[in-house]
Design a protein around this ligand. Structure first.
Ligand SMILES: Nc1ncnc2c1ncn2[C@@H]1O[C@H](COP(=O)(O)OP(=O)(O)OP(=O)(O)O)[C@@H](O)[C@H]1O
Length: 326
């Protein structure tokens, strides 16, 4: 069982002139929960689709549990579970009927099928609602049922493509609790894509993808430690004047991020009094100030020059203020 759960080398996918995946390398160990992060269009879905044998790579090589995703497609499919962005449940059927239908479709051993259904329904907390039609389920319950369905054939690797998209923050948390639980009970590898940076905290390791490339890959803590700086965000009546004063008075390059002037400094709390003093002396009124320890958002910012939300909204007005220190 030493072969990695996922091994990718020089993977490339082109759609016409669009280079969705630009030569990525990646290895995921058995039993890891591995997060794949990036803004819309980064190439996450394309990569996961290749690993799930749904899309063929243009170049490079990908293996899942030691099997080639192009040559051994059928064998790969038997060993993986998929939960994708587009819901594919049958709403007029009950939760359990949906699972039974799936088992029949995949030829699961009839004697073992009911016990496995019960197991997975209990795992995602839907056993009590198993007889209810899916149309009466909330968004979070549907997503949990899809996860249960992805687990029915006891896969070795479970691929989740944005399992929490469109859900409220509380339900997103619940989904992650179930992912952690099934990870413990099933001992499987979980490969999950998301563009919610906070969710990556649940992963053993994460890869940050941007414009078809992996720009960072490590544990969440190691990535945050590499950034090394606190983030100080201020709201002002005149952001341009604040940016100018930061530059001339303090020699710091700030940037406007999500409506606030943001500066990266080694000791955020210690910096605030100086900030008030110097900017105040320049006639810049500070309305509020926030100091945050490095988050995965900052990791993303350090590697790509924009926050993930700014990246999704379009090109930032301000060039990156902070570079990764290697
Ligand atoms: N079937 C396709 N035909 C043409 N272009 C495609 C196709 N699928 C993806 N692309 C393009 O490839 C790039 C990467 O898309 P991909 O869906 O992999 O990104 P993503 O990171 O998963 O984004 P999202 O978070 O929005 O799902 C985008 O520019 C997209 O438009």
């Amino acid at each position: 069982m030493d072969t990695p759960a996922v091994a990718v080398r020089g993977l490339v996918k082109r759609y016409g002139t669009v280079e969705a995946v630009r030569g990525i390398d990646l290895e995921v160990a058995r039993g890891e929960t591995f997060g794949f992060l990036g803004p819309n269009g980064a190439g996450k879905s394309t990569t996961i689709n290749i690993l799930c044998t749904l899309v063929e790579p243009t170049d490079g090589h990908a293996e899942v549990v030691g099997l080639d995703v192009v040559r051994d497609r059928a064998a790969v499919r038997r060993r993986i579970g998929l939960v994708f962005q587009d819901p594919t449940l049958d709403a007029p059927m009950s939760g359990e009927q949906n699972l039974r239908f799936h088992q029949e479709l995949y030829g699961v051993d009839r004697r073992r099928a009911p016990a496995r259904r019960e197991e997975v329904l209990r795992m995602v907390g839907l056993w009590d609602r198993r007889g209810d039609e899916v149309r009466t389920y909330s968004g979070g319950m549907r997503r949990r049922l899809e996860i249960a369905r992805g687990l029915l054939h006891s896969p070795q690797v479970l691929f989740l493509d944005e399992p929490t998209i469109g859900l409220d923050p509380q339900t997103r948390g619940t989904i992650w609790d179930y992912v952690a639980e099934l990870h413990r009970s099933e001992e499987i590898t979980v490969f999950v894509t998301t563009h919610y940076m906070d969710e990556a905290e649940h992963c053993d390791r994460i890869a940050i993808m941007n414009e078809g490339r992996i720009v960072a890959l490590d544990t969440p803590d190691a990535l945050k430690a590499q950034v090394g700086a606190d983030r100080v965000s201020i709201t002002t009546d005149d952001d341009e004047a604040a940016l100018r004063a930061l530059r001339t008075e303090l020699g710091l390059e700030g940037a406007v991020r999500e409506g606030a002037v943001t500066i990266a400094v080694p000791d955020g709390a210690g910096f605030v009094p100086r900030l008030f003093d110097r900017l105040g002396g320049h006639g810049v009124a500070i309305r509020s100030v926030t100091v945050t320890r490095p988050s995965l958002d900052d990791v993303f910012l350090a590697h790509t020059g924009s926050t993930i939300r700014d990246a999704e909204a379009g090109p930032s007005m301000h060039p990156m203020a902070m570079r990764m220190r290697r």
